[in-house]
Design a protein around this ligand. Structure first.
Ligand code: USQ
Length: 383
């Protein structure tokens, strides 16, 4: 497959690029360092520094003999993007090129503006670049389980059949996000669905839950191939944050009552899900939606798991409920369907004690880099 990975420098993009290159796919990456620049500007750099993208692909080639092509540029720049599509003629494009943080999107007006523009214009440009250059190209879009919110009914995989006044139809499952970032993902889905209906594009929307982990087969080849590991409130996801907090002797920051339930997955499974979607593309004129999670936990359950393993390793782990800076339900029903990717062949990696121990080991190796002031800044959803 010729696969174009937009946002290929990111937490998920870089491990995906290496994995696909390793499997013999022809990989082309685009990135504009948005995430790196935001982290630097906001003083929330990851746990350890990462070579720039050009160095990463050089190291990858030295170690494996395999080539990953890179173009540095902005997906919101249509002239740049359409040229990349025209030059590379991808069979699959994977869209990771979004501002991915809910707390960042709620920081201030500038952050809200950047999130909305970046996420929607990049999606619009990809749709047009596909239509104008490679209309048969399969678009794989990273969506989020947060689009659904926490409804008091089971969450289906993307669609819902409704019977109303004796008639039936199928609609996108109701969306009700709880951050501006998550709202932009809903708007992405709407854009894609519109153009699927009008132009017959082939699209897979992956509704992903919070991802944890930092090891894949390829990152383990050499430390310089590691992915970003953020533990700050803006760009760190909750499991990664809790492990760093445990190592730093910082009480685990459970927001509010801690009954918030989400579907989680290992970074290895993100890559597997994207690959399965790529190898089994959506049909032309189809918006196919999968819920990309492997198991569900409350925040309290996650804190308990991390504390148990941390204590076994000699850390004295405390758990503390802090006032919830977000507006979200803290106790709620949560029962999502997530069978589609398993039917395609996904074999999940679960959040076992062994997985937590190996994450602890890597974080302990970089313990001296943990900056306590980065852990909590309390970005409030409403002041
Ligand atoms: N939480 C805490 N304490 C913390 C951090 C988070 O209790 O220190 C809670 C949050 O309030 C939330 C849950 O843990 O209820 C998950 O938070 P998160 O920061 O791990 O994840 P979230 O902000 O929802 O966003 C992350 C990714 C995003 C992705 C999303 C999937 O940053 O890109 O789309 O997970 S989902 O949450 O399913 O929408």
């Amino acid at each position: 497959m010729r696969v174009l990975i937009l946002g290929g420098d990111g937490y998920l993009g870089w491990p995906t690029a290496m994995s696909f290159s390793n499997k013999g796919h022809e990989v082309f990456i685009v990135d504009n360092y948005l995430r790196r620049n935001l982290c630097r500007d906001l003083d929330v750099e990851p746990l350890f520094s990462i070579p720039n993208l050009l160095s990463r692909v050089r190291i990858w080639k030295e170690l494996t003999g395999k080539e990953i092509n890179v173009r540095l540029g902005d997906c919101c720049d249509y002239n740049f993007l359409t040229k990349v599509f025209n030059e590379f003629k991808p069979q699959t494009v994977i869209h990771y090129a979004e501002q991915p943080s809910a707390p960042y999107s709620m920081l201030d007006h500038n952050a809200a503006h950047l999130t909305l523009l970046n996420n929607l214009i990049s999606t619009l440009n990809i749709i047009w670049a596909v239509k104008e250059n490679v209309p048969d190209c399969h678009i794989i879009k990273l969506g989020t389980m947060g689009e659904y919110g926490t409804p008091n009914i089971d969450i289906e995989e993307g669609w819902l059949e409704i019977e109303h006044k004796g008639r039936k139809d199928k609609f996108l499952f109701p969306r009700q996000a709880s951050s501006l970032y998550h709202t932009t993902k809903i708007q992405d889905t709407d854009l894609l669905w519109f153009y699927v209906r009008i132009w017959g594009l082939r699209v897979t929307d992956l509704m992903q839950g919070p991802v944890y982990g930092l090891s894949t087969d390829e990152t383990e080849l050499d430390e310089r191939l590691s992915t970003f590991f953020n533990y700050d409130e803006l760009f760190g996801t909750v499991v990664n944050r809790f492990i760093v907090q445990a190592v730093a002797g910082y009480p685990l920051t459970v927001y509010g009552k801690g009954g918030q339930t989400r579907g989680y997955l290992n970074i290895r499974d993100t890559i597997a899900c994207v690959e399965l979607s790529m190898l089994n593309p959506a049909d032309s004129g189809e918006l196919r939606i999968f819920n990309q999670i492997t198991e569900t936990f409350t925040v309290n359950e996650l804190a308990g798991k991390v504390a148990k393993v941390g204590n076994e390793r000699g850390h004295k782990v405390a758990i503390k409920s802090v006032e919830n800076p977000r507006v979200e339900q803290e106790e709620h029903y949560y029962n999502p369907v997530f069978s589609g990717l398993k039917e395609l062949g996904l074999e999940p990696h679960f959040l076992t004690d062994d997985v937590l121990h190996s994450m602890f080991q890597i974080v302990e190796n970089h313990k001296e880099n943990i900056a306590r002031h980065k852990i909590f800044r309390g970005v409030k959803w409403k002041s």
